[in-house]
Design a protein around this ligand. Structure first.
Ligand code: PGA
Length: 222
């Protein structure tokens, strides 16, 4: 599997026009990369339009959450099946911002969502900040290690400490996330041994995101 670079746009940008512009510039900028799969995770509302725009072979679409049922009376929710039918491949689950602001986003709920994604063939990316959140989680699930102190703070986690955390996580495919930029990104692959990155703030700046992707693409072996 290629190195994964996941862009978590969170609740940005403010308009479809801006979302299309960002998408188009990333698509153009990463078209020649070889060793990286880029996963763009815009807000739900932009997924259909971006999906129709056509994906470069290295780009996949992801969602930032989903519900655990396939259909029914669940006002305001989006099901894994609906995402799958739009051409979405990945779903971020259990992001610390959801765990913090939506109190019902417990480990149990996250694990239900995970099961629902797997059932329809979507690939979940499970965000954790501590090992206990991996209890009962199968080894083949993609995990994103995201220490709270590093998320959106500009203070990326120490590379050596990140490496220890990565070793403690027994899952086959572990990403690092938290205050990544084009200066520090490749250290987490090269020095800390992560198999990919989850990028928030820097994924909203097209050029910076492309720069990160290219810097990681140059690392041929992981
Ligand atoms: P950040 O966010 O890159 O802005 O720190 C990462 C994340 O929340 O996934």
């Amino acid at each position: 599997m290629k190195i994964l670079i996941v862009a978590n746009w969170k609740m940005n940008p403010a308009s479809l026009k801006e979302a299309k512009n960002l998408f188009d510039s990333v698509k153009k900028g990463v078209r020649n990369i070889k060793n990286v799969e880029v996963v763009l995770c815009p807000p739900f509302v932009y997924l259909p339009a971006l999906s129709e725009r056509g994906l470069a072979s290295v780009i996949k679409l992801g969602a930032q959450d989903c519900f655990w049922e396939e259909s029914g009376a669940f006002t305001g929710e989006v099901s894994p099946r609906q995402l799958k039918n739009l051409g979405v491949k990945y779903v971020i689950l259990g992001h610390s911002e959801r765990r913090k602001y939506l109190k019902e986003e417990t480990d149990e709920i996250v694990s239900r969502k995970l099961g629902a994604c797997l059932k329809v063939g979507l690939k979940p990316i499970l965000c954790v900040e501590k090992l206990s959140q991996l209890k009962g989680i199968k080894k083949d699930i993609i995990v994103a290690f995201e220490p709270i102190s590093a998320i959106g703070t500009g203070k990326a986690f120490d590379v050596e400490k990140a490496k220890s955390a990565r070793k403690a996580i027994k899952n086959n495919f572990v990403l690092y996330g938290g205050s990544l930029n084009s200066e520090n990104a490749k250290d987490y692959i090269e020095k800390a041994g992560f198999k990919g990155l989850l990028i928030g703030g820097a994924s909203l700046k097209g050029e910076e995101f492309i720069k990160i992707t290219k810097s990681v693409d140059l690392i041929s072996k992981i």
